[in-house]
Design a protein around this ligand. Sequence first.
Ligand code: M6R
Length: 579
Amino acid sequence: MCGIVGYIGRRDATPVLIQGLKRLEYRGYDSFGIATVGSAIGVYKKTGRISEGEAGAADLHGYAGIGHTRWATHGEPSDTNAHPHTDCEKKIAVVHNGIIENYSELKRQLEGRGHIFRSETDTEVIAHLIEEHYDGDLLAAVNATLPLLKGSYAVLAIAENTQRIVAARDASPLVLGVGDAEIFAASDMTPLLEYTERVIFLEDGDVADITPDRFTVYHEGRVVERPVELIDWCVEDTRKGGFAHYMLKEIYEQPQSFYETIRAGIDDRVRQMVMEAGEITLVACGTSYHTALAFKYMAESLCSIPVRVELGSEFKYFTPPLRGLVIAVSQSGETADTIAALKMAKARNCPTLAITNMQGSTVTRVADETLLMRAGPEIGVAATKSYTAQLAALMQIVNLRCEGAFDDALSHAHLAIGDILLQDVHEAVALCSKADHVFFVGRGPFYPVSMEGALKMKEISYVHAEGYAAGELKHGPFALLTEETPVVAVCTPGPTYGVMASNIKEMKARKAPIIALGVAGDTELAEIVDIFIPIPNTHLLVQVLTASIVLQLLAYHTACALQRDVDKPRNLAKSVTVE
Ligand code: M6R
């Protein structure tokens, strides 16, 4: 939620900041702004998308600056509430990602001392507090301010007549990029890719004093060395590459991202951890929660490991008794609820593993070990290639515990994924795009696949959708079935085939149009449903992947038919860094 970017060096900061914000726009896109520093601070901020408002920033220039793209938490999206925020005299500007929990109290105190506030945000208190402590030394003023803040922050601050940026992080991500006589700061690596591959991931509690050719990191007042790491993503990975949307590009990248994640394998330390686990608990949110649920079905039925899956947001307040390995699954590695759950597991002395797509992200710093997915940057807000890469990582764990029984299925899965991308879903799209409600149903691992299909549908097309265990529909939701309520059912050979076919007939009897995903050649199923979408008759693990991809395509094309903003659906942000 919210992206911040900073630049100091030999270039004009404005285009660097604007370009950087565009790369971070998936973190929040209700408003944006930049501030540059020369003899004075210049600020430009605007409600709406960057591409619509960026021209207004063209008059700002400076060799240092900060920028922000917002997902509103305190105060509606507006030009005034957009960051950067400044002090009374407009000599100091700050951008902030996170939440200042004690801002009301701080604001009251500051107003009592004569400070004039312009916005409704929590962030503005930071600018005024720095102002109170500022006597020409920005680092000292920031250091005096931070202990007064309760909550989470990644902050960048600049001051007039000062060629430096002061950066600080606590419970919100912040990365520095090191160039040749220039330094970048950002919420994640994506804005840095076109300038440098050398990055430093700041730790919670770090404060960095940044000038064009030098940066010094302090922790609890002492200078500390943070390692420079090399990023293995490249800038081309972040481009749309001729596709209409990032989401479509990312759907099409799945054969490769799945293959790369399998190819990278599992290192020895993670192997040992997995092999020693008597029980496994997974914590995750959203799409990652669905991959965790799919893992539960696969691991329990194929290799008899007891698995529990918990939503990060619930786990924190209702922590169950824990034994065994705890795995946090998070594409971004920055989801606040997942991180909180992971920290609680650590506090209970459980071995912890992070499965994430983001090198250096917070979950990798908290967990004992990391299994890195190789999906590459995912820009579309809807998770697609990260979902199948998570499945690749989790399926490898199942395979490891089953002594390589699925080696063959996993090493060929990318071929089936490639084939399924050609599947035509236009008839199903025609039905779903006219509907107000769509049900997605399945059994076993296809239940979480259905939940994920429903999540994709609602998040990008705004068509209300529910994912249900097929057997549960008649315990209530049947009341909603009409000829205008399509049901998407996944029904493939296996122990539940017969009962799924019966469920489908029961739903048909209530006049619901049925879109069935079944294996190619299943004419019996094709005859009883309205629309039949074939998936290859492969191993169960591969069917989980191919069925999921059909549902991604269905959601994507439905959203396009309804002319939705596919990559940036309303009210959302990709990385949910607030609880
Ligand atoms: O980065 P994470 O995997 O931790 O994100 C969790 C959810 O916010 C995320 O999966 C969300 O549900 C998806 N963007 C939906 O497509």
